[in-house]
Design a binder for this molecule. Sequence first.
Ligand SMILES: Cc1cc2nc3c(=O)[nH]c(=O)nc-3n(C[C@H](O)[C@H](O)[C@H](O)COP(=O)(O)OP(=O)(O)OC[C@H]3O[C@@H](n4cnc5c(N)ncnc54)[C@H](O)[C@@H]3O)c2cc1C
Length: 338
Amino acid sequence: MEVKHQFSLAELNTFGLAVHTPLFIEVTTSLALQEVLKDPRFKNALILGGGSNVLLLQNLTRPVIKISIPGIRIIEENEQSAIVSAGAGVVWHDLVMWSIVNNLGGIENLSLIPGLVGAAPIQNIGAYGVELSDVFHNAIGIGRKTGDSKIFETKDCVFGYRDSIFKNELKDEYVITTLRLSLTKSKHKLHLEYGGISKTLDEMGVAAPTIDDVARAVIRIRSVKLPDPTKLGNAGSFFKNPIVLKSKATKMAKDFPDIPVYNIDENFTKIPAGWLIEQSGFKGKVFGNVGMHKNQALVLVNYGAATGTELWEHAQRVMDAVLSKFDVELEPEVNLIN
Ligand SMILES: Cc1cc2nc3c(=O)[nH]c(=O)nc-3n(C[C@H](O)[C@H](O)[C@H](O)COP(=O)(O)OP(=O)(O)OC[C@H]3O[C@@H](n4cnc5c(N)ncnc54)[C@H](O)[C@@H]3O)c2cc1C
């Protein structure tokens, strides 16, 4: 394991921000990670996966541990299902493709989500009607203070909408090394009702879709809708979709009759943050080096030479505008890193 000094993270974050860390190390095994966590120099290190859900605000004063633990295998199976174990350093989309090749269903709707497996439970990744928590079996984490490994079952993770215990009570307490998913081997349950999957399958001429077809449809939709971070720096949806009381949404609908609302339960509704941002006039508008994307107002974009501070200032500008127009507070989905 080689410790690197004054290491540039430009290639390791999807905003493409050229910030440095004083110390950098990449770990490829759990044992190596345990060793590094014991090293006092890495005490407050940032744990980095694919860097697709972080906004690095400036040059870091703390070290970075990059998680590159590989490996995918089936550890248990019966006629109907299989438990798949993946190292935290596996590219998430590679795991999805591996599952499809092996005819294992459950994560096809999560195709093309950037990042690595280890970060998936941190914010309970989700797309097109499926969340990680739907297929989660358990995860192994190593305590940053103790070095001990612990198995987290679903009930321990307190999964919510882009949320888990790892963003709250256990923030920065554990490093995930292994994720285990429960996937179907037969009678796959397809989720076609979200985000135009059915329509895309029709366009593809698919009448009886397989999990492979669903993945291909999702990839097709995402490739058109979302900017490719290798071409245009971004971290996907910058904000969470706000969840508001139904009574508030009803009141808002009087002033804004076109407002799209999605019922969560009898008390709460979700409002698409992209709609609020678009209505506030930010969609496609460029402010210096930054802006909200022209096709997807929820995506904050670095048009080339932006700094982390510039991006965050713009995010705050958008948050202020939405608050003053709709009295709704937007909350960043992306992790702000100092
Ligand atoms: C174009 C684009 C589209 C996206 N679409 C979606 C989407 O549809 N749905 C969705 O949910 N997300 C989406 N995202 C966000 C992102 O892909 C996910 O949040 C992903 O899980 C982040 O993985 P990562 O490895 O890049 O995490 P990083 O950005 O490296 O890290 C994110 C956070 O997790 C922590 N972390 C990382 N690895 C570990 C670990 N092993 N143990 C403990 N903590 C860790 C980091 O410290 C950081 O706080 C999108 C991003 C982009 C750029």
